[in-house]
Design a protein around this ligand. Sequence first.
Ligand SMILES: NC(=O)c1ccc[n+]([C@@H]2O[C@H](COP(=O)([O-])OP(=O)(O)OC[C@H]3O[C@@H](n4cnc5c(N)ncnc54)[C@H](OP(=O)(O)O)[C@@H]3O)[C@@H](O)[C@H]2O)c1
Length: 232
Amino acid sequence: MIVLITGTRTGIGRALAEYLLGRGHQVVGCSRRPATIEHPQYVHHAADVTDVKAIKSMCRAIRADHGRLDAVINNAGTASMNHFMTTPAETSRRMFEVNFFAVLDCCRETVKLLRKSEEPAPAILNVSTVAVPWALEGQLLYSASKAAVEQLTRVMSKELAQFPIRVNGIGLPPVHTVLTRSVPAEKIDVLIQRQAFKRMCTVEDIVGPVDFLISRESGFITGETLFLGGVH
Ligand SMILES: NC(=O)c1ccc[n+]([C@@H]2O[C@H](COP(=O)([O-])OP(=O)(O)OC[C@H]3O[C@@H](n4cnc5c(N)ncnc54)[C@H](OP(=O)(O)O)[C@@H]3O)[C@@H](O)[C@H]2O)c1
């Protein structure tokens, strides 16, 4: 398969790219800064997903190189943990630019390439967070932007079913990455105690479900966000 993953320089996106490359897929990745992955089947674009022109130019390059996409993983994201009263308006808007509007734009631009796929049901997969079902205080903007992504997943799954492109999500509990490194260990522990499995989620826990959700084995699943760790 040819898979586009956004935000592959670090963290979960990088781990997913390396896993899927190991499984023999061709991966196209992007981030604002240069690549950290070197692999013959990997192509990196220095693209900011909040810049529609950059997304379009990446899609043109994918069309020239491969002619299609079989799966898109909208992973690039940002978080800011702050009481909403002390969150400046620009920070709030930036959060929605990266976490919501970039996902929307990426979906719209890549659908044209997904429609060229010969997979029976090409897949879009969006990354969400336990901050949504847990309505975590201090994470109003982060969780609201990801809640919007979960709603996008539900509505878009219906609008794209005719093609037939599937749209799903994966909801993650805390994982050790750059995104969470400034969160105090005690705060992470409190969250882990809310999970059914009381240990930190690792990238090894994530890659298998992601692989399944973009594969033809899950070809009749659409509009769902699957949460890991037992969080409901
Ligand atoms: N870590 C967790 O505990 C956790 C829990 C639940 C959900 N998530 C979600 O998982 C996803 C990945 O997070 P992570 O923990 O792996 O974070 P991370 O280590 O900070 O990685 C984020 C990646 O996205 C890229 N990125 C950020 N803004 C971008 C932009 N505007 N355009 C293009 N690329 C951009 C970054 O590269 P550049 O800086 O080079 O652009 C980086 O490669 C996010 O959607 C996050 O909300 C994470």
